[in-house]
Design a protein around this ligand. Structure first.
Ligand SMILES: Cc1cc2nc3c(=O)[nH]c(=O)nc-3n(C[C@H](O)[C@H](O)[C@H](O)COP(=O)(O)OP(=O)(O)OC[C@H]3O[C@@H](n4cnc5c(N)ncnc54)[C@H](O)[C@@H]3O)c2cc1C
Length: 320
């Protein structure tokens, strides 16, 4: 099977470009190295974004959910945990071979939406390689922690932002850090005075207990044992910028309308990389590729008039 277009990278740029591919009726797929979609936004999913047109305030988490819901209007595969290790061009067939650990995909066009490279969370050293179903490195919507004892572990700044949001829904919020994450003592004191409900402790965690694939309790250096339902760990992120430096594509093979770099990897004159720009770049990229592959076909109607959306429109007005 030869895809019309393969989108490499499942951050905001890639996800929105994938929706556009569906709109244009292209046979498309998206390949994302990480196990989760959302790109860099995953690293600040608890924060609220205010500069996306028509979306005055939206959390990173909700934005990722929305982008996924939008692309899922079309049945194109979103392959997570799929690192692209190489891309080469087969001139005789005019096809790009996209290499992953599992297989080689063939595609007529490429959208490169690899941002600043692959984003990987740093693991919680105490767990070593072990994983537990209730330990996550990506915070959920605070509502997901309803009536739970939540352990936040690690100095990550996103926990500082997440902890206050959890007070209203969680039964207990414990934030345990080995070292103080606040810049000054005054800042720390201010946080503790504002949020006395948060059990904030600067204590190394010495050990943990587990049962049935879940982490159930931790024991701190002061010998206190804290029972938990859910854990959010945050030890920062690593970005690997070298995911595409070894690809076999030559500059000539990249400089064609059939290969479209979009999103954060596209340098802007004023050095600003915004999600809103990425959306626009995805739209132009897909229009260009569709035009190259199917020059006689008309561009799709604007979405307000597009019959693809008839059912959704009917449901939308019924729900109002
Ligand atoms: C803390 C923070 C706050 C921000 N706040 C805002 C804001 O308020 N407003 C705003 O507009 N922007 C904001 N940004 C910037 C915004 O997040 C980026 O511009 C945006 O994420 C870029 O999207 P992208 O899809 O181009 O790249 P990314 O989000 O980096 O996604 C790229 C994806 O490609 C994947 N990938 C890379 N290499 C490969 C490979 N070889 N194979 C498969 N997959 C691969 C990566 O794993 C990643 O998921 C913020 C950024 C940060 C760090």
């Amino acid at each position: 099977m030869v895809y019309d277009v393969t989108i490499i990278g499942g951050g905001p740029a890639g996800l929105y470009a994938a929706f556009q591919a569906g709109l244009y009726g292209l046979k498309a797929q998206l390949l994302e190295a990480s196990p989760t979609l959302g790109g860099k936004v995953v690293t600040y999913s608890e924060r609220v974004i205010h500069d996306i047109g028509g979306q005055p305030s939206i959390s990173g988490h909700q934005l990722i959910q929305n982008l996924q819901a939008q692309v899922q209007l079309y049945p194109l595969p979103l392959r997570t945990a799929t690192l692209v290790t190489d891309v080469s061009y087969e001139a005789t067939a005019a096809i790009y071979n996209v290499q992953t650990a599992e297989t080689t995909y063939q595609t007529k066009a490429l959208v490169l939406a690899i941002g600043g490279g692959m984003v990987r969370h740093k693991p919680w050293p105490l767990l070593a390689e072990q994983t537990y179903t209730n330990v996550s490195y990506v915070p959920q919507n605070p509502a997901a922690y309803h009536e739970q004892s939540v352990l936040l572990v690690g100095p990550g700044y996103n926990l500082m932002a997440l902890a206050p949001h959890l007070i209203a829904t969680a039964k207990e919020v414990h934030w345990i850090v080995a070292k103080r994450p606040f810049a000054t003592e005054a800042e720390e004191q201010d946080f503790l005075t504002t949020y006395p409900q948060i059990d904030y402790q600067v204590q190394p965690i010495l050990s943990y207990q587990q049962a049935n694939g879940q982490l159930t309790a931790v024991t701190l250096a002061n010998q206190q044992t804290v029972a938990v339902d859910t854990v959010v760990a945050s030890f920062g992120y690593r970005r690997s910028l070298d995911t595409h430096t070894d690809w076999q594509l030559t500059p000539d093979q990249l400089a064609t309308p059939l290969v479209q770099p979009i999103g954060q990897q596209v340098g802007t004159k004023i050095g600003v990389s915004l999600i809103a720009n990425a959306f626009q770049e995805g739209t132009v990229a897909m229009a260009t590729i569709a035009q190259q592959l199917h020059p006689t076909e008309k561009a799709p109607m604007v979405t307000t008039h597009n019959q693809d959306f008839d059912q959704i429109n009917a449901a939308y007005w019924t729900a109002e």
